[in-house]
Design a binder for this molecule. Structure first.
Ligand SMILES: [Zn+2]
Ligand SMILES: [Zn+2]
Length: 231
């Protein structure tokens, strides 16, 4: 049997070499900017993948269960290779900065939880960042010049935070979990209302018609900046 080449060899090498800077650079290409929580996601991902000693070709060998949708999650997606699209990313809408990375073969898992005092301790180390953070992130204000300065400081902090000991940033739990089911391949149907193709599992049957949820006027759930909710 031959090894299939796969698209993550570069990232797997960065993980093995503990090249956090390199992994952060990769994560920036996905996330669009550098910030301390992307940096935390990168570190959590690197730690978990090393602890589980697992490669990921995007075929659900590894599953990441995230409990928030924010910057942290993008660091996780990039480093673990568990993404929204390959069904290896599972979202529990808990609003916690935490992730569980598990390997499919035996349910061995690592859960990393960002310490509750992390943000305050981090901001206290970088006095220049605190007022800018308040103005730009919390109050969504600030001049273009302040925004520019904030991005520079934030990126520098993200890199610097790679060096902070993991135990100052996270609580770490080693667990064995029951693995979530594999994504199922389901039949496709055509909606009698709009004519668009839908997964059979998402169709609604009524009065002899097959409809998508929009045409059926039923509830539609969305995942947005507020988490999961009704549209
Ligand atoms: Zn961010
Ligand atoms: Zn429809």
């Amino acid at each position: 049997m031959h090894e299939h080449a796969h698209g993550r060899q570069h990232i797997e090498a960065l993980i093995r070499n503990q090249d956090l800077e390199g992994l952060l650079e990769q994560a920036e290409t996905l996330h669009g900017h550098l910030c301390p929580f992307v940096s935390l996601g990168v570190k959590a991902g690197q730690y978990a993948m090393t602890a589980l000693n697992r490669q990921n070709t995007g075929m659900e060998e590894v599953v990441a269960i995230v409990e928030c949708n924010n910057c942290f999650t993008d660091g996780i997606q990039m480093v673990t290779g568990c993404t929204f699209g390959n069904n290896a990313l599972i979202f529990r809408d808990l609003g916690k900065n935490a992730v569980t990375v598990a390997r499919r073969s035996d349910g061995q898992a690592v859960r990393l939880i960002v310490r509750p005092d992390y943000r305050d301790n981090m901001l206290a180390k970088y006095p220049a960042a605190q007022p800018l953070f308040q103005k730009i992130v919390v109050e969504r204000q600030g001049t273009p010049e302040e925004l520019h300065r904030f991005h520079h400081i934030w990126a520098a902090i993200s890199r610097r935070e790679l060096q902070t000991p993991l135990e100052e940033q996270f609580h770490i739990q080693h667990q064995t979990i029951t693995m979530p089911e594999y994504a199922r391949i389901v039949e496709s149907l055509i909606c009698d209302g709009c004519g668009e193709q839908i997964m059979a599992s998402k169709s609604v049957e009524g009065q002899g018609r097959t409809l998508c949820r929009v045409c059926a006027g039923g509830k539609v759930y969305v995942l947005n900046g507020q988490g999961i909710g009704e549209e």
